[in-house]
Design a protein around this ligand. Structure first.
Ligand SMILES: *Cc1c(COP(=O)(O)O)cnc(C)c1O
Length: 403
């Protein structure tokens, strides 16, 4: 890691545009002068002397110690993602859920209160409801788009507001700027799970959020290979207690996965544009289909929050849902008629996926709670991949035309 290698001069990434940062930020060449980033599959590191080892362990000399918390490949990924999210510091984790765990454990203590959007990733909801609550952290669930409800839920001991926008599967949007103001007026933090948009389409920190949470498993990988996650924010917030929790408890990212994500970031901007363009075309086509009652997609001009979406996102992303007339039977018919699209609940892949939320991802919640959340029996979710959109259209038409 010598500073005298070509292109190792410290750069001010702020002056470069998104795609340039995505391809180049964070890389430090070794003395081998490699063009592509190397993987460092090593658990530990060696020192020149006993004195150097002592200085490293005491923190007086920066450098690698042990890969639970210092690995060059993981660090390269962290630096690149931090630059893309316009944050000062990133901590990479083993999964997206490990990122939520690490952020919560770093920031919260018994007696604290959290306000949580009702429309977040299922296991994240279970984390707040069933696990964090055992450690004395209380929470209130609120509807994502209802700013007044967030305001009413605030208490003197509220420390964190947690949201995911746009929501899954209905593409509802939360107002990041307004909720950041609300959090700060109460000396609390706003954390935004930016998994669906990624920094290619939405920059929560620029809008005032304090933390960005990622499941790198989705679009950052982009090809359905590795699990990973990240927390991004200021040096004070992420470099302090959040990093300290990761260093001690160890929900760390593997160097191999970091390398896959690093290469994923290089094409993230291009892929998110392509996912969004495909999804928009499919959504517009579905809106015109007689067997479809309603389409939910944050890129449609018919979306009730279109104005806010225009301010907050540069495109709609890759996930859309639609209500098929005729309930569960009709929805299953559409799913069972596909020949191309994968029947699976995953998303963020080059390969399109199709799922029936009411009997899969949202099957564990009561029918009443599902109805309240707007997830009907006829709802079908498609995470639109990078195939030719005409082929996806034909694949969905097969079931829809038979209704
Ligand atoms: C998948 C997902 C997570 C959890 O990520 P894992 O890598 O599966 O642990 C968190 N948030 C959102 C929005 C997700 O889609």
């Amino acid at each position: 890691m010598s500073a005298d290698q070509p292109n190792n001069k410290k750069k001010n990434w702020k002056k470069y545009r998104f795609q340039t940062r995505a391809v180049r930020a964070g890389q430090t060449r070794t003395q081998e002068g490699e063009q592509s980033e190397p993987i460092f599959p090593t658990s530990s590191y060696v020192y020149d002397s006993a004195r150097q080892a002592a200085l490293r362990f005491s923190g007086e000399e920066p450098g690698n110690i042990y890969s639970r918390f210092t690995n060059p490949t993981v660090r390269t990924f962290e630096q690149r993602l931090a630059v893309l999210e316009e944050g000062e510091r990133c901590v990479a984790t083993a999964t997206g859920m490990a990122a939520i765990l690490t952020a919560s454990m770093g920031l919260l203590k018994a007696g604290d209160h959290v306000v949580v959007s009702r429309s977040i990733f299922g296991p994240a909801l279970i984390w707040f409801q069933n696990i964090l609550s055992r450690f004395g952290v209380r929470f209130t669930l609120v509807p994502l788009a209802d700013v007044a409800a967030w305001e009413a839920a605030m208490r003197p001991e509220t420390r964190l507001l947690f949201m995911e926008t746009p929501s899954n599967p209905l593409g509802e949007v939360g107002d990041i700027a307004k909720l950041a103001d609300l959090a700060h007026a109460h000396k609390a933090w706003l954390a935004v799970d930016n998994c669906f948009c990624t920094p290619a389409l939405q920059l929560p920190l620029r809008l005032g959020a304090d933390l960005v949470i990622h499941s790198a498993t989705k679009y950052i990988d982009g090809q359905g290979r590795c699990l990973g996650g990240a927390v991004v924010g200021s040096e004070a917030l992420v470099g302090g207690e959040i990093y300290s929790f990761l260093r001690t408890a160890g929900p760390s990212m593997s160097p191999f996965n970091a390398w896959v994500f690093l290469k994923g970031l290089e094409t993230l901007g291009l892929r998110m544009q392509a996912h969004s363009a495909n999804a928009l075309r499919l959504a517009q086509w579905l809106e015109q289909h007689p067997a479809v009652a309603r389409v939910y997609y944050p890129g449609l001009t018919s979306h009730p929050q279109y104005e806010l979406i225009q301010r907050q996102q540069t495109a709609g992303g890759g996930v859309l849902s639609f209500d098929v007339k005729g309930g569960r039977e009709a929805a299953w018919k559409v799913i069972d008629a596909v020949e191309l699209i994968s029947i699976t609940a995953n998303l963020g892949d080059t390969k399109s996926t199709i799922t029936h939320p009411a009997t899969t991802t949202h099957g564990r919640i009561s029918a009443e709670a599902r109805a309240q959340a707007g997830i009907g029996d006829g709802l079908v979710r498609v995470a639109v991949g990078l195939e030719d959109v005409e082929d996806l259209q034909e694949d969905l038409a097969r079931g829809l035309d038979r209704q």
